[in-house]
Design a protein around this ligand. Structure first.
Ligand SMILES: Nc1nc2c(ncn2[C@@H]2O[C@H](COP(=O)(O)OP(=O)(O)OP(=O)(O)O)[C@@H](O)[C@H]2O)c(=O)[nH]1
Length: 898
């Protein structure tokens, strides 16, 4: 950049350098030469000095005039290239006024600040607008989301409600169907009973008429006897019992005439003729009676079948988790089109191969008039019964021998009677056989086979029934003619009646001089056992187990009863039966006495018996002889099982060993589970939970070393009874704890107390298997303390509430037929499905009860914690409002002590 010198300034100001130097000097500046430099500030100073000197300007006003010259040369073309020099001068006047400047500056500053302010304001406004816009948008979005959520929740709630409604409708339909089924079955049973009673009645009347007719004929000349029977007479001869009663009368007559019961040969002849072996007049008459009876019965049935409206067949259908339409139809034995039609009626169009879920399939089954049962997917036994029924249905049913149990009071002669029958009917016939006890035996009479369960007494009968096994068809009730009806006689009657098993009465010890059968009859009538001769249906036979008198007649009557019962079973096919007895033999391993009930059990069969399984390695009959197969009602002893099954367990032949093992393992697991459940709670839990206001009972079986300690213990323990818990001593005796003590404890749910005595190994095992608690003591006070503590467990426990959470109701959805569902927010703690709740409205308690359902979104959940939303419905309460609160609490039961 060129330097500012005095000379350049003089040139700019168009004044001579000397003049400028003079002015500079006057202005007090130091420049003295033309090439001296001059700064801007010095220029300013010069200007000010000049202004002051001229005095023409106002104070503070500064003016600088700048003249610019520009010289150009213009050449005239027409004038011989003559050039003309042109100088252009321009003058700039610079005025510098501090006020103006400052004013301008102020204005400029003001403008700038205003502009800034405006810009700031605008920015702020824009930001506010943007914020508002953003907020508005956010609000709108939130509202939209909330609305959508609400819609979703409403739809879900409605769907859930509809689902619940559907499920309830299905349940109701199933229940109604079941109730209708039960009512129908009951009606049918009643009708059948009435029919049987009517038949018996008419049979009795016909028998009486026939007896009268026979008497008349006997007294009439022979040609009358051979005269052709009128249709009325033939009809009279038809009914079943005609012959039986006539025989009885005959017997009575023969007795009156001095025929002794001891004349066995005479008796057997009579029996044989009934078997059809002899050609006596009586025999053929009896045979004709039976045939005509059957014929009449068939005709009667045919008539009934023709007249009666066709009964639809109701099947039990086990429905799996899912099933195709065609499979379902097959299970009900109907055409698939029928199922499709039913589905159409229910409002669903389905195809033959469509898979239906369990619920739908069950509705269809019920709708089609069958019984539906849901199969448990994890239960391998689910289809066992069905498979078995299918196999059994393959073969025809044939008559089978009856199975008989002998019951009666102590010492009335049960064992003697069983022994007599066995001795005379079995051992004699089986030369060389070694009689062995397998819990049952069968006898062959001329009229057929009878199987006896040879454990006398009602305990065995009841124990079997307790395990669900109905092994007995007929009960022989033994009553001593010299003793009459005693407590156990009454018990036996009750057990037989409870099991719906017909009774044949054997009035025993008739050989004794003090025997009074008439008195026994009267007493039995008083106990509601009515003899046939008094219009009842129970045959009474006088016997002597000592001499054998009447035993054949007794067996005959048993067979007659069996005939009336029309006992039938399939003979072919895989066997099914019941375990009568079982034991662990040192040499043979697990041994079980089995009564085959249907099918044929063969050596080598794979069997499932209770929770055990195995292949039938050896099979023996009651005489210890190896047998290859056993049909219905035949008892055998089998070897080869994996363990010892329990008496009363069902035994079943299966096709595959794998399946038998699987089922046995599954059952073992289940038993263990039950056992654990049974014993897990300790002494107080064994008796079950106490009910409200109910008097609890603590049953005890007490066994002691001596009479004195037994009495002291019984006294001390019964004294503990209170108004709420009663100690009841079921049985107290001196001696070790035996298997029968444990059986008694099982039956009465009792605890066994042993005072200075111990249980034998069988009793210990039985107790272990059945979760029976055996407690040993040698100090009475210890026993008293323990029983006291156990009784404490039976006291109604104290209920204590524990607050666990707080919930606010934010939304209420009313679902038709389901009720109100609350959309909630858990404010504190936790809400569990198992919890109880208290509804608060403005902090006033409106309702207290249980939570019905707890859901999070679509799912049922066990619990929801604070901060989360959930849907709650209350059990039995629909009165809920927005802003209500639910106080969630749990009830703890605290045991009380005596
Ligand atoms: N005179 C006579 N005595 C009999 C007759 N039947 C049984 N007794 C006797 O009566 C007693 C009891 O007979 P049991 O067969 O043991 O009677 P129970 O009903 O089996 O007895 P428990 O097994 O104790 O229930 C025995 O002494 C028999 O000898 C009979 O018909 N006539």
């Amino acid at each position: 950049m060129a330097k500012n010198t005095v000379e350049t300034l003089a040139q700019t100001l168009q004044m001579p350098v000397s003049v400028l130097l003079e002015q500079l000097k006057e202005a007090g500046l130091t420049q003295s030469k033309s090439d001296d430099e001059i700064s801007d500030s010095e220029k300013e100073k010069l200007i000010t000095a000049l202004q002051v000197a001229r005095g023409s300007e106002k104070a503070g006003q500064r003016k600088i005039t700048l003249t610019k010259r520009k010289k150009t040369v213009i050449t005239q073309s027409g004038n011989g290239g003559h050039a003309v020099q042109v100088e252009v001068r321009r003058r700039h006047v610079l005025v510098k006024n501090p006020e103006v400047v400052s004013k301008a500056r102020e204005e400029a500053a003001k403008a700038i600040s205003e502009q800034k302010e405006r810009a700031r304001k605008e920015m702020e406004e824009a930001a506010a607008r943007a914020r508002e816009e953003a907020q508005r948008k956010a609000r709108e979005e939130a509202e939209k989301a909330a609305k959508e959520k609400l819609e979703r929740e409403k739809a879900e709630a409605a769907k859930r409600a509809a689902d619940a409604e559907q499920a309830a409708a299905r349940r109701k339909a199933a229940e109604e169907a079941k109730a209708a089924e039960q009512a129908k079955a009951k009606r049918e049973a009643q009708a059948k009973e009435q029919e049987v009673a009517r038949e018996r009645d008419s049979a009795r009347k016909a028998a009486e008429a026939e007896a009268r007719a026979i008497r008349e004929m006997m007294s009439a000349p022979k040609k009358v006897l051979n005269a052709p029977k009128t249709p009325t007479e033939e009809k009279k001869a038809e009914p079943k019992k005609a012959h039986k009663n006539s025989v009885k009368k005959e017997n009575k007559v023969s007795k009156k005439n001095g025929d002794s019961w001891g004349d066995e040969n005479q008796k057997r002849r009579t029996l044989k003729t009934r078997g059809g072996d002899s050609s006596g007049e009586e025999s053929s008459g009896w045979k004709n009676d039976r045939r005509s009876k059957r014929h009449a019965k068939n005709q009667h049935q045919n008539r009934q079948q023709q007249n009666a409206p066709q009964e639809p067949i109701v099947r039990d259908v086990v429905v799996p988790e899912s099933i195709t339409v065609s499979d379902l139809a097959m299970k009900m034995s109907v055409k698939a089109i029928e199922v499709i039609k039913t589905m159409m009626k229910l409002g669903d169009m389905v195809t033959i191969n469509q898979v239906l879920d369990q619920d739908t399939a069950m509705i269809v089954v019920t709708e089609m008039g069958h019984r539906a049962t849901a199969a448990k997917p994890e239960d391998p036994e689910a289809f066992l019964a069905e498979e078995e029924a299918e196999l059994q249905n393959k073969y025809p049913k044939e008559p089978r021998p009856p199975v008989v149990t002998i019951m009666g009071h102590v010492d009335h002669g049960k064992t003697s009677l069983l022994d007599y029958i066995r001795r005379t009917k079995v051992a004699a016939g089986e030369a060389g056989g070694i009689t062995q006890h397998i819990g049952a035996y069968h006898v062959k009479t001329p009229r057929g086979i009878i199987t006896f369960l040879d454990t006398p007494g009602h305990e065995a009968f009841t124990a079997m029934r307790a395990r669900g096994a109905q092994a007995t068809d007929i009960v022989i009730l033994v009553v001593a003619a010299d003793d009459g009806v005693m407590p156990q006689t009454k018990e036996a009657i009750a057990h037989a009646k409870a099991g719906n098993v017909p009774i044949v009465v054997a009035i025993n010890k008739i050989d004794k001089p003090e025997a009074n059968p008439e008195r026994v009859k009267q007493e039995l009538v008083a106990a509601d056992v009515i003899p046939e001769e008094y219009g009842g249906d129970v045959p009474f036979i006088c016997v002597s187990a000592k001499s054998g008198q009447g035993v054949d007649e007794l067996l005959e009557n048993v067979l007659l009863q069996a005939e009336i019962l029309e006992l039938k079973a399939v003979k072919e096919g895989p066997a099914k039966g019941v375990v009568i007895e079982s034991r662990l033999d040192r040499g043979k391993g697990a041994v079980a006495s089995v009564l085959v009930q249907s099918g044929t059990l063969k050596r080598g069969d794979i069997v499932l018996a209770g929770a055990t399984f195995g292949r039938v390695r050896a099979m023996l009959d009651e005489n210890g002889k190896q047998v290859q197969h056993a049909g219905p009602s035949i008892p055998v002893e089998i070897q080869g099982l994996s363990g010892v099954p329990q008496a009363g367990d069902e035994i079943l032949v299966l096709q595959e060993e794998k399946r038998a093992r699987e089922l046995a393992n599954y059952r073992q697991g289940k038993y263990r589970e039950i056992k654990l459940k049974h014993t897990a709670g300790g002494l107080d839990k064994i008796f079950g939970g106490p009910g409200d206001g109910e008097i609890q009972s603590l049953p005890l079986v007490i066994k002691a070393d001596v009479q004195g300690s037994q009495e002291a213990l019984v006294h001390a323990l019964t004294k503990l009874s209170t108004n709420e818990v009663k100690v009841s001593v079921v049985h107290a005796a001196v001696g070790g704890i035996s298997e029968s003590d444990i059986n008694l404890a099982i039956a009465s749910n009792a605890v066994v107390i042993g005072f200075n005595v111990r249980a034998d190994s069988l009793a210990r095992k039985l107790a272990e298997d059945n979760g029976i608690d055996i407690r040993y003591y040698n100090i009475i006070y210890d026993a008293v303390d323990d029983v006291k503590a156990a009784m404490g467990g039976l006291l109604t426990p104290e209920r204590r509430e524990n607050h666990v959470g707080l919930v606010e109701i934010r939304q209420v959805i009313h679902v038709p037929k389901v009720g109100s569902v609350a959309g909630c927010m858990v404010l504190e703690g936790v809400v569990k499905r198992s919890s109880h709740a208290r509804l608060l409205r403005n902090n006033v308690i409106k309702w207290t009860g249980e939570i019905n359902s707890l859901r999070r979104f679509k799912d049922d959940v066990k619990e929801v914690k604070a901060g989360a939303e959930c849907g709650i419905s209350l059990k039995g309460n629909d009165d809920i409002q927005v802003d209500d609160r639910l106080e969630i609490f749990e009830v703890e039961e605290v045991a009380r002590t005596l």
